[in-house]
Write a protein that binds this ligand. Structure first.
Ligand code: NAI
Length: 405
């Protein structure tokens, strides 16, 4: 991998490689941009197939955060920390393996995410735990994990606030607590709003709901009453989104690979119908809301869409950007760019950092309506796709050098 070439191509400011032989920490901190303020973005803890994959992931995620914060009017740049090569016994195992690999195994946030291959963790145990009973082994592992994140905290402290970390795939509030022992430049510690998984997902869902309403208005529809919305994925965000949509009178079509989640939705949301998870994108509906996986919009699935709006929470919805964008445009479907729509989580983190409580945060998340309207206006005026219009808006903000409220 030609690192400088990659940094130049992606417009990266800084890459910091961390190696602490004592704790075993191997991490890369990617600071994509601090033009608008300190780089903000979570800390991912994952097992990667190669060094290159870990670094590419960090770069891509950090850049995504820059764009997300810029369009959302936040005084923050984009960054990401990736803790890599964690011994197998320290990696949190996912109970909810998803092909998206963008879903947090336990408590954590999801933001712009890649399609990382999960590989089995390498066993790098040093034999110190030989002869220990299970409880002692667990305690030893917890201590090692704690030391790893505390060590990362020391690296972050040296950055003097240029990067603020938080939860992401594979990290927990307890990990953030360890980082907090060494630096204040961390969010989502125990007791914070950000550490409450449901709050973050709720804000993400509220942002998506707001975006769906805005998209319908853009097509001359003022109310959700009787409007059919197909929601793919009934996890934390998808389920909360269904609640908002149902309360507004929408007709729900739902799908999930976990049948119990579908049953729960059918029981709770009167009039809801279920669809085959593999084909829900082709449901006869007004709005298709992908809330499960990345890459659901492929050249093939775009041909099968029967909706007039795609607006959902899932990260990286476009599998082959140029092709898919062209297909969506050719079919006259309105696409709400994913990182504009699912910014509720980062907006929540940014305002909690400023001391805001839940009510003010919700108000700020509602601002996604204004951002999306701007994106649609740029797309119309310039004949750009909405995906390109969102990038253009973010880049214009970055060029101006100050956040646009
Ligand atoms: P989650 O893990 O709680 O829910 C995902 C749901 O999708 C699960 O119920 C799973 O069974 C289902 N699913 C998996 N494969 C499926 C398939 N092929 N068809 C239908 N359903 C399938 O995840 P969460 O937090 O609800 O996130 C959903 C999406 O939104 C993810 O792509 C995530 O990256 C993105 N996102 C989430 C944020 C958050 O605050 N939680 C923030 C920004 C983006």
């Amino acid at each position: 991998m030609q690192l400088w070439h990659e940094m130049e191509r992606e417009g990266m400011e800084e890459l910091i490689f961390c190696h602490d032989p004592r704790s075993g920490l191997k991490a890369v901190i990617a600071i994509h941009s601090t033009v608008l303020g300190p780089a903000l973005g979570g800390c991912r803890c994952w097992t990667y197939a190669s060094e290159e994959e870990a670094v590419r992931d960090a770069i891509k995620l950090a850049k995504g955060m820059t764009y997300k914060s810029a369009v959302s009017g936040l005084p923050y740049g984009g960054g990401k920390a990736v803790v890599w090569d964690v011994p197998a016994e320290l990696v949190i195992q996912s109970g909810d393996a998803s092909p998206d690999n963008n879903l947090n195994p336990r408590k954590g946030k999801q933001d712009v995410g890649p399609h990382t291959n999960i590989i089995k963790g390498k066993d790098t145990s040093d034999g110190l735990d030989k002869g220990l009973d299970k409880t002692s082994k667990n305690n030893l592992q917890a201590c090692r994990r704690a030391e790893t994140f505390r060590s990362l905290g020391r690296y972050l402290e040296r950055l003097n606030g240029r990067y603020v970390t938080g939860l992401d795939l594979g990290t927990t509030a307890a990990d953030m607590d360890q980082i907090r022992l060494e630096t204040v430049h961390v969010t989502d510690t125990t007791g914070s709003l950000g550490a409450q998984d449901d709050f973050t997902a709720e804000m993400t869902a509220y942002g998506v709901y707001t975006g769906i309403v805005t998209s319908l208005r853009h097509q001359g529809i003022d109310a959700l009453q009787g409007i059919s919305v197909a929601v793919q994925g009934l996890g934390k965000v998808g389920y909360a989104l269904c609640r908002y949509l149902h309360a507004a009178g929408a007709r729900l079509i739902v799908a999930d690979v976990v049948p119990e989640r579908v049953q729960r939705a059918l029981m709770q949301f009167s009039g809801a119908m279920s669809a085959d998870p593999a084909h829900i994108h082709a449901a006869d509906c007004k709005v298709f809301a992908p809330c499960a996986l990345g890459g659901v919009l492929t050249p093939a699935t775009v041909e099968e869409l029967r909706c007039s709006i795609v607006a959902g929470a899932a990260n990286n919805q476009l599998s082959h950007r140029e092709l898919v964008v062209r297909g969506i445009q050719a079919r006259g479907i309105l696409y709400a760019p994913d990182y504009v729509l699912n910014a509720g989580g980062i907006i929540s983190t940014a305002y909690e950092l400023e001391g805001a409580g839940p009510d003010l945060i919700r108000q700020k998340v509602a601002g996604i309506a204004g951002t999306l309207s701007k994106v649609y206006a740029i797309a119309e005026q310039s004949a750009f796709s909405t995906a390109d219009a969102a990038d253009q808006l973010a880049e214009a903000v970055l060029q101006s050098g100050k956040p646009h409220a």
